[in-house]
Ligand binder design. Structure first.
Ligand code: FAD
Ligand code: NA7
Length: 490
């Protein structure tokens, strides 16, 4: 049957999930095509092959976060004896070097696809019927392709609010990492991790930064940790407007190729109407999957009003030859999860595997100035699941050894860790949370413990590595229930 089609598998979207799936399928002998096309932002920003993570997500975000952390470490370096003359930060040089890295990767991915016998079309694909897509390139040339099976991996794009001037003058994370001019005084709207991460690195680069928060910080994450992140950012100089929503953005002075615009933002804070001038307004108020842009009606594809696609545990949609992976699913929007789901799906389809993607206990890290790593449940989610009487919270603060040269400052006490355990199940650890340096490295490792079902006594059995921050998890003995202060040294 597959021989009647141009391809065995057509993948819509060449991002983290789509590329992993396409390459794995080709490895097992399938004839595969990947379509990847980026619609430019309202500011006309566009990028190459590789999807959100490489071009406008994880990679440039981590690099800008690193740039900002280097500023902090340069201060520490002086305390360690380095004579550094304090230079201001050069936005253009940073953006240039980051974009050079990304462009080199875009090229490498193309070569890799060719080497692995995956056909790549830089074209936007939409369905004609359940075995046929029509695709269009940037010059408007069309092509029709048939395939036995389809994998949807189109990811999502940032939302704009329904506020006058938003689409005309504001930017999103799709624009910030390649912004041609220094952003100047910046307003980040939203309390999502993307908003807080952007505000964190901009402030760290010496930019006057404000975050506009409608309600709580980091909905979905542990509340305790989220508020500590906000407190730390405030101490570092980030301004917060909360509770606050924008009403209008007007242009006072247009942007040029080398300079940011001047924008007047009108907003309501605590019921009061106010306004202020900013050079850059960045919306990070959530993302929407691109499901409705592929002519889903032509195949009768079912999806939720927010664009997420319900799938079986085998990532099959309601259409029997169409699968969906990555940010299109009702699951954490994370690159390694998109890759895992893409790769395992291809193995099941073309290599006889039965292994399913595990969507539970996925470690994640928020790269705010105070980094936050977590795996498993938040405290509220654990209480909702197991009942307050069954949830034991062990917590502690810690001082990373490398920071002891810093003067005792207002920033002390934010480095924090907690283990959330289920008393009804031998104190099995159901949530691990860490605030401090190298959060991603620490949380990634401990994630293995959680998927293997580690209990508190397993953590106690583990001998820590001294002097590191990760050792806090091996010596925790204060429970929240005891009421004992974590400010008292053991
Ligand atoms: P994507 O990577 O979004 O790829 C989809 C591709 O399909 C895109 O290139 C799109 O243009 C293309 N496309 C869409 N429709 C069509 C069509 N009809 N035809 C052809 N092509 C199409 N995750 C982490 O794990 N760690 C992080 O630190 C992290 N940081 C992030 C920071 C930011 C600012 C953002 C925005 C995201 C971040 N993420 C992070 C999330 C991560 O980027 C996504 O989870 C991941 O990229 C999802 O992969 P995907 O394959 O589902 O989709
Ligand atoms: P999220 O996590 O969906 O967060 C959206 C944030 O933006 C949140 O703080 C919202 O506040 C805020 N928001 C939403 N609409 C508005 C408007 N109109 N005005 C002001 N503020 C608004 O988005 P992300 O992009 O960070 O994350 C996407 C996914 O990636 C997420 O699901 C995780 O899985 C990872 P609210 O709390 O609703 O008041």
């Amino acid at each position: 049957r597959a021989h009647d089609f141009n391809f065995d598998l057509a993948v819509l979207g060449g991002g983290s999930g789509g590329l992993a799936c396409a390459k794995e399928a080709a490895k097992h002998g399938a004839k595969v095509v990947v379509f990847d096309f980026v619609q430019p932002t309202p500011l006309k920003t566009t990028w190459g092959l590789g999807g959100t993570c490489l071009n406008v997500g994880c990679i440039p975000k981590k690099l800008m976060h690193t740039a900002s952390i280097y500023g902090e470490l340069a201060e520490d370096a002086q305390l360690y004896g380095w004579n550094l003359t304090k230079n201001s930060h050069d936005w253009d040089r940073m953006v240039g070097n980051i974009q050079n890295h990304i462009k080199a990767q875009n090229w490498k991915i193309r070569v890799d696809l060719r080497d692995k016998n995956v056909t790549y079309y830089n074209e936007y694909a939409t369905f004609v019927d359940k075995h046929t897509v029509k695709s269009v390139n940037k010059r408007g040339a069309e092509r029709t392709v048939t395939a036995d099976k389809f994998v949807l991996a189109m990811g999502g794009r940032p939302n704009y609010p329904d506020v006058p001037g938003a689409q005309d003058y504001a930017i999103t994370s799709d624009d910030i990492f390649s912004l041609k001019y220094h952003p100047g005084k910046t307003l980040c709207v939203g309390a999502s991790y993307i908003s807080l991460e952007c505000a964190g690195f901009l402030n760290g680069l010496g930019i006057d930064t404000t975050v506009m928060v409608r309600s709580i910080l980091l909905r979905g994450f542990d509340k305790d940790c989220s508020e500590k992140i906000g407190g730390y950012m405030e101490q570092c100089g980030v301004k917060f407007l909360r509770p606050c929503v924008p009403n209008k953005i007007e242009c006072v002075k247009e942007a040029t190729d080398s300079s940011a615009p001047e924008l007047r933002v009108s907003f309501t804070q605590n019921g009061e109407e106010k306004s202020d001038i900013f050079n850059t307004v960045l919306f990070a108020i959530g993302r929407k999957p691109l499901t409705d842009k592929i002519n889903p009606g032509a195949i009768g594809l079912k999806y939720d009003p927010n664009g997420k696609i319900p799938v079986t545990e085998e990532e099959l949609t309601n259409v029997d030859n169409v699968y969906a992976i990555g940010d299109l699913l009702n699951a954490p929007e994370l690159t390694p999860l998109a890759i895992q789901s893409g790769r395992l799906l291809a193995k099941r389809l073309y290599a006889g595997s039965k292994i399913l993607t595990d969507y539970v206990n996925v470690p994640t890290t928020v790269f705010t100035p105070l980094e936050y790593g977590s795996v498993g449940l938040s405290e509220d989610a654990a209480i909702a699941k197991y009942g307050e009487e069954n949830v034991e919270v062990y917590h502690t603060k810690h001082t990373p050894t490398e920071q002891v040269v810093r003067e005792a400052s207002a920033l002390e006490g934010y480095n924090y860790a907690k283990l959330i355990c289920n008393r009804a199940d031998n104190e099995r650890v159901v949530g691990l949370h860490y605030l401090g340096p190298n959060a991603g490295e620490i949380t990634g490792g401990f994630g293995l413990g959680l998927i293997m079902g580690a209990t508190k006594s397993d953590f106690d059995r583990l001998v820590g590595i001294h002097p590191t921050s990760s050792e806090v998890f091996t010596t925790m003995n204060i429970t929240r229930r005891s009421g004992q202060s974590i400010d008292v040294e053991d």
